[in-house]
Design a protein. Structure first.
Length: 182
């Protein structure tokens, strides 16, 4: 695995996830507002060791294997406080995912974090296409895709923590992204 860099935006620091992030994730993640539109593979109610298990069994091994890239989201003003997570995955129709603790939602922070990792996807990893799945009722996630001129390419049934909903697949090509980031 190449060393995953820390990414910086105007208001955020995106640090590669480590096992030390387990406590912060365990505090900020298990909220209904965070998990309801995530893949049904996320255990709910969230177990007391959920964050540690996720890091040890899923995220960190995938990072070592070069299949996934995970960052904690932190405010520049409070670098010790984990407020969310943003990830890239080398999976069919699932290349970016994220969550943000409720207190920090609605401030444009996830748009900033998503833009930073999308730039990493296209410029550093040099991937030709970014596809992002989402639960159709997840309007906040939809707005991020719309703002970055992604397009909805397909809708299918999806299983989420809150139940079965239409799952939308959004995409943007590297060429399209490069044109708009000039």
């Amino acid at each position: 695995m190449d060393i995953l860099p820390t990414l910086h935006t105007e208001r955020l620091i995106l640090q590669p996830l480590t096992l030390d992030d387990a406590e912060g994730i365990q505090q900020q993640f298990p909220h209904w507002e965070v998990v309801r539109y995530l893949n049904a593979l996320v255990p709910w109610p969230y177990p007391a060791d959920g964050a540690r298990s996720f890091l040890e069994q899923i995220a960190l091994p995938a990072m070592v294997e070069g299949r996934e890239w995970h960052w904690s989201i932190r405010l520049r003003e409070e670098p010790g406080q984990l407020i969310g997570n943003v990830s890239l995955m080398d999976e069919l129709d699932n290349n970016r995912g994220f969550w943000l603790a409720p207190h920090w939602q609605g401030q444009g922070l996830m748009s900033e974090a998503s833009a930073a990792v999308t730039e990493y996807w296209f410029k550093v990893l040099e991937r030709p296409l970014l596809r992002v799945p989402k639960a159709a009722p997840n309007l906040g996630s939809r707005r991020i895709s719309e703002k970055t001129r992604m397009r909805l390419i397909r809708t299918e049934e999806g299983r989420f923590v809150a139940g079965v909903f239409p799952k939308e697949i959004w995409e943007i090509t590297r060429e399209e992204w490069m044109k708009q980031s000039l």
